[in-house]
Design a protein around this ligand. Structure first.
Ligand code: ZN
Ligand code: ZN
Ligand code: ZN
Ligand code: ZN
Length: 157
């Protein structure tokens, strides 16, 4: 939608019916931002990747599919690839491997301490690992989980 101008004074006039806003002829940018406000309130769903706006999520999804197919694909791939830490209140995200290491290091740290001999040897299977991270990655294999934890950990096991 374009704003109109007062033919006599050159002022910019807001084209929205029932709005009486106008800005002086040297204040085109003020008018521009004022218009954006109207547009944002009519089209609250904004595309992150271009200036497109619409009235609901469905329209936005359709727009994303039509205009930004590649981005949609990349986002989907990422979601597939990245897992969220399944523990409540934890915001960690990473690959499956990163998640396992994170969970053992942060959420099961005391269990892991008990499982560790020296720097990086597993107490249970007596395998020695190159690094503590490698041990953390392994630790799930030698841990026992009750039913509740098995449900929480789900895909990670
Ligand atoms: Zn207005
Ligand atoms: Zn867009
Ligand atoms: Zn976590
Ligand atoms: Zn082990």
């Amino acid at each position: 939608m374009e704003y109109t101008r007062d033919p006599e004074t050159g002022d910019y006039i807001c084209p929205f019916i029932s709005c009486t806003f106008r800005s002086g002829k040297s204040n085109q940018s003020t008018m521009y931002y004022h218009m954006q406000k109207h547009i944002n309130s009519i089209y609250p769903f904004k595309c992150k990747y271009c200036s497109f706006g619409c009235i609901n999520q469905k329209q936005l999804d359709i727009h994303m599919q039509n205009r930004h197919k590649d981005i949609v694909k990349t986002i989907e791939e990422k979601h597939k690839y990245f897992l969220k830490c399944p523990f409540e209140d934890c915001t960690f995200q990473g690959t499956k491997g990163n998640c396992i290491i994170h969970i053992n290091r942060i959420h099961f740290s005391s269990t892991c301490d008990e499982m560790l001999i020296g720097k990086s040897t597993c107490n249970v299977c007596e395998k020695e690992f190159k690094s503590k991270s490698a041990f953390y990655y392994h630790a799930f294999d030698c841990m026992e989980f009750d039913d509740k934890l098995q449900v929480i950990l789900g895909d990670l096991l």
